[in-house]
Design a protein around this ligand. Structure first.
Ligand code: CU
Ligand code: ZN
Length: 182
């Protein structure tokens, strides 16, 4: 109870004092080295319920990737940036393979070499929700190997981080296109 009360006070203070501070940060931060942002809104493929948002933010040391997902079966699900920003196919296969501009083998997010798109797994709880928060050193937002305009896929199965070239993660449950965010 004591912890819950503290958390509640913290959230309240953030709401009260966050407004002007957030506005000031956006005003001064834009165009500097950090702070450029992109977002993918993931929608379910045919017959599935997985959805959510994935955000990308340029930070010192790479790109911070965060995700809030729901509607997933409990357990691990492969989570990748795919080559194409095309979610038009009912099963998500139009997004192509893992984004891999260097022709590297498939691996986990801490592997080297790896596909740029190899973000590993998200883990859904029994409510079907999953989160992700990781700063990646390989992903770039801009430039010839940038990820804006490419796809994000959440898979039915776990990425085993080893099987070539997909991690054996199975069908595609949700698909989204990475676009520029404010
Ligand atoms: Cu994938
Ligand atoms: Zn891969």
């Amino acid at each position: 109870m004591q912890l819950a009360a503290l958390v509640h006070v913290g959230v309240g203070a953030g709401l009260v004092f966050g407004g002007p501070a957030v506005a000031a940060a956006q005003h001064t931060g834009h165009g500097e080295a950090g702070g450029r942002r992109a977002i993918a809104v993931l929608v379910p493929t045919a017959g599935n319920a997985a959805r959510g948002t994935v955000t990308f933010e340029a930070v010192s040391g790479g790109v911070r990737i965060t995700a809030q997902l729901e509607g997933l079966p409990a357990g691990d699900h492969g989570f990748h940036i795919h080559e194409l920003g095309d979610c038009s196919a009912a099963d998500g296969t139009s997004a192509g393979g893992h984004y891999n501009p260097a022709g590297a083998p498939h691996a986990g997010p801490d592997g080297s070499p790896r596909h740029v798109g190899d973000l590993g797994n998200v883990t859904a709880d029994t409510q079907g929700t999953a989160t992700y928060d990781r700063t990646d050193r390989l992903v770039r937002l801009d430039g010839p190997d940038g990820v804006v305009g490419r796809g994000v896929i959440v898979h039915a199965g776990a990425d085993d981080l080893a099987t070539q070239p997909t991690g054996n993660a199975g069908a595609r449950l949700a698909c989204g296109v990475i676009g520029i965010a404010k």
